[in-house]
Design a binder for this molecule. Sequence first.
Ligand SMILES: [Zn+2]
Length: 106
Amino acid sequence: MKLNILNLVTDEKCYGYLRSVRWEDGVYCPSCQKIDVVKNGLSSHNEFIHRYECKSCGTGFNDLSGTIFSQSNKPLKVWIIALYFLGLNLSNRQIAQELLDFCIRF
Ligand SMILES: [Zn+2]
């Protein structure tokens, strides 16, 4: 059995990590930058994505809104691991080999 790092990383942990980085100083509205926001449940598409509503401007947003990950159809963990590999200076070919098997399945 081939060891694949994508099988060792969970979406739950990746979304938790993203929240800890993005909302390090607290959740704020990406539209008006105000911190007067309330939690608004979880995404209907992904149970690990938290939704929020801005009480100042009424904008609804989630953990991915306004990020480079928001329009992707790949799981967040693929991007997190790819960014990790880039930080290790792996070549594009090495990164592709690590991620290819997993990406084909999704
Ligand atoms: Zn707002």
